[in-house]
Every structure is written in C-alpha cells, then in structure tokens.
Write a protein that binds this ligand. Structure first.
Ligand SMILES: NC(=O)c1ccc[n+]([C@@H]2O[C@H](COP(=O)([O-])OP(=O)(O)OC[C@H]3O[C@@H](n4cnc5c(N)ncnc54)[C@H](OP(=O)(O)O)[C@@H]3O)[C@@H](O)[C@H]2O)c1
Length: 233
C-alpha cells in the first residue's frame, strides 16, 4: 500500500501462515482495551478489519478499540453468497445445535467444511459419518466419533470439490456463508450434484466503514491521506 506502513495482525491459529507483505505481529491483544493500547502505543492512524466474516469477537473489539483510540475503522465486508437456482440450502442462524439438528435423525455422510474450531458442535449428532476438512488439525476435545479428517488450505476449485464429494459419497455439506470465490467451489459442486447444503448465516456486522473488496479498500487508502474523516480529525 504505497504511502502507508502496514502491520498485519494474525490471531496465531495457523502454524505456518502464508507470507504477506509488511510487518507482522501474531497473537491476541487482550480484548478491546488491549487492542486500543496497542494502537496508541504503535502510533497507528487507521484500522482495517480484514478478518473472516465469522470472526465476530475481534471485529467487535476492533470497533470498540478504534473508538477508544480515536481512529477511523475500515471493514472489509465481502458480500455473502446468495442462493441460486438449483441450490438446496437449509439455512440456519448459527453453527451450534441448529446446524447439527438440520442434518436430521437418519445417519448421513456429511462434509464439514467449517474450519476446525466449531467441529465439536456436531458431537450431539454422532449417528452421522463426517468428512472434516481444515487447515490445522482438529483438537482432541472436538473430535467426532465417526470422522475422517483431511488437512488442506484453499482455494478449492469446483471440479476438485465435485471429485471429493463423489469419492466420499457425501450426502450433505455444512458450510459457513463466508462469501468470496476461494471456498465457493463446494457450494457450486453441491448444486451440480443436487446435494443439500446446511448454510450457516453470518453473525451480525458491527460498526466501521464497510467496503466490499480489497481493491475498494486500497483505492480508498490511495485518497485517504487528504480526507479528515478518515484521519479521525
Ligand atoms: N471464525 C472463523 O470462521 C474463521 C475462519 C477462517 C479464518 N478465521 C481467522 O482466524 C482468526 C481467529 O478467528 P476466531 O474465530 O478465533 O476469531 P474471534 O473469535 O473473533 O477472536 C477470538 C480472539 O482471537 C484473537 N484474535 C482474532 N483475530 C485476531 C487478529 N487478527 N489479530 C490478533 N488477535 C486476534 C483476539 O484475542 P484478544 O481478545 O486477546 O485480542 C480475539 O478476541 C481471525 O483472524 C479470522 O480472520 C476465522
């Protein structure tokens, strides 16, 4: 980002994150207050929330911390996926029991493509056989009774997702409505194969100036130096 010195903050969930430009810091801040202290101490001028749409806690902390530190907040808020003709979505409000219950009573072969943190929510439905895909291994306390685990990092192409669903005889897919292209392949593949998708809705968005793409954020930053509202003045 020409004209800006950027520090990227990661939670530290991924052991070997992909290399990125700019300075990198890893690990939590200790809540909104900790993040506000960090922003002040580091002399930051602007906060960009570019987290995953389901990372609700850090997004809420960013809103409060930016307020406390008197800084503008830009939020990269990519649009969620929208149901298309042929989609068999079962929409649920949250990952918890609602998603597990949506799989029904009868045993099914389920593809869990939801990351590793909430896999444990499906322990209430041990009758199903699960194929679980995540970047990092699922912790022992979240392990499921009948599950096969694959470690893999996106993006995932539709054709590969179709092959995977077929190979494992998947009958239903569970996904978060993350939006974007990188993980849409499984949704398109499920549609092509006529499979239902339990689609988990996003947590509600918080404050900040919302922009739909990295390009939109960059273009705003290009002009931001002269905009008082973006400089917190
Ligand atoms: N949740 C998902 O579905 C999902 C999916 C893919 C990727 N991710 C990514 O994984 C990271 C963690 O997700 P999560 O679900 O644990 O988030 P979360 O529930 O919103 O955050 C939990 C805590 O992790 C720390 N944290 C989160 N993101 C951070 C960051 N970028 N820099 C420093 N600390 C951070 C914060 O700790 P303190 O309060 O101590 O500051 C936060 O309170 C996020 O950066 C997110 O983009 C999440």
């Amino acid at each position: 980002m020409p004209g800006w010195r950027v520090t990227l903050s990661l939670a530290g969930r991924t052991k070997a994150p992909l290399a990125q430009a700019g300075a990198l810091r890893i690990g939590g801040f200790g809540g909104a207050e900790g993040l506000a202290d960090y922003l002040r101490a580091a002399g930051m001028e602007l906060v960009i929330d570019a987290t995953h749409p389901f990372a609700a806690r850090i997004s809420a902390n960013a809103v409060r911390a930016a307020e406390m530190a008197g800084l503008p907040l830009l939020v990269l808020d990519r649009p969620g996926w929208v149901r298309r003709e042929g989609d068999r979505w079962i929409e649920v409000g949250s990952m918890g029991e609602a998603a597990a219950a949506a799989l029904g009573e009868a045993p099914r072969r389920v593809f869990l493509a939801i990351g590793r943190q909430e896999v444990g929510a499906f322990r209430v439905a041990p009758q199903h056989r699960y194929l679980v895909r995540s970047v990092e291994p699922v912790a022992a306390e979240n392990a499921l009774a009948q599950a096969q685990y694959i470690l893999s990092r996106g993006p995932f192409a539709e054709a590969d997702e179709m092959a995977l669903l077929r190979e494992h005889g998947i009958e239903v897919v569970v996904a978060k409505n993350s939006g974007g292209d990188a993980t849409y392949g499984k949704i398109a593949a499920a549609r092509a194969l006529g499979l239902p998708v339990v689609m988990v809705a996003r947590p509600p968005a918080g404050g900040g100036m919302k922009l739909e793409s990295p390009e939109a954020v960059l273009s705003l930053l290009d002009h931001a130096r002269g905009i008082p509202a973006l400089r917190g003045e």
